[in-house]
Design a protein around this ligand. Sequence first.
Ligand code: OOG
Ligand code: NI
Length: 446
Amino acid sequence: MSAMYKAEVPAYGTLMELVAEANAQVLANDPRLKGSLEDTDSLDRISEERHGAIRLGTSEELSMMRRVFAVMGMHPVGYYDLSTAGVPVHATAFRPLDAEALSRNPFRVFTSLLRLDLIGDAALRAEAERVLAARRIFSEGAVQLTEKAESQSGLDRHDADRFVGEILETFRWHDQACVSADLYRRLHRQHRLIADVVSFKGPHINHLTPRTLDIDAVQERMPARGIEPKAVVEGPPTRQCPILLRQTSFKALDEQVSFKSDEGTWTTGSHTARFGEIEQRGIALTPKGRALYDRLLDETRKIATPAADGSNVAEYRAALARQFRSFPDTWADIRASGLGYFTYSLTALGRQAHGACAEDLDLLLAQGFVRFDPIVYEDFLPVSAAGIFQSNLGDEAVEAFAASPNQQRFESALGASVLDEFAYYAAIEQRSIENCLRGLKAVGIE
Ligand code: OOG
Ligand code: NI
């Protein structure tokens, strides 16, 4: 998919080069970071994609997509409602779940489902529904191999290769629209995103996102390489202890497409959908930490809401930095205030310790028997996601829909429930604590 996307969107290839350069520079300047990444991540894959995104039109497409991702060990985590931000979709992210699976495949797909129920114009809604109902986004082969994987719990090497080839077709770009220029225009006038989802044969991957070790550097260097970044980096400000997720993108490109007229002739037009993004991840926050994050971000945006034209970037950045001074910025403080999730493990000392009280974690930490490390946030942020959507849907003002999250409806379309991300991180933390305590008991500490 990466190779396909680079070939289709050359600016994305340039972004990948920029990321690789910036990452190499960070590693050259910081041998300690390099050492720790060597221990925990595969360094040779450091600059590779960590996520991508697609937008689906119907519940049938979403539930089939869930089955397809399940074949690849990717499962729906989290529910994101973007209606309040003026984007008529709700979403989840498909991703591997446990640490081992994530280290083999750290790739996620942010998957949105269009909400035609938020569209006021009933006639247009019916027309869009009709177009969507007629399309098939999966090849016969993809469906057959998915069924085969389900019935025999997996695929052999040969079938797995065929499966990847078939599924890749679903994510491919089609420059021939399946609607007329007139219908495209009407959908577009209703909302650009509706035109993007309804007008084409399939849910083209709309961006891929490599991991960067220095998002500020890449953001700054984009213009010199001829790519136009969105106005601001989404998420928390630059910090000593990174939290959650920071992301930015280059603006979607105008691409040539063609529309079919009733007489069967093709007319040329253009469509803006595809872009490139970069991300940098930090610690997963507890509900308390997340509430603090949401409050500080909200206060920042009351002072300065980032304007699409970049006119108040300096003001927004200053407000963000100022507000986030109230978010503790050492791992010890973040832990002590119960704001973040950590894994705990026995130190060399702990592995041979005698005479400690094995129930008091704080004491064990103070005695140097146990250490703690931040758990990386593997999910997404609705306000940031809305910012990424917006900057790639054009710069005109957006109407906000009334808040109408509907997780139940999303899950019924999906045909499964989504995993609660907080429960997921809490369980990893809890398991690590239990392992530590068991380890201490094993060396005779009660
Ligand atoms: C998805 C935007 C959300 C992210 O990184 O938060 C996203 C889209 O534009 O379809 O990918
Ligand atoms: Ni993204």
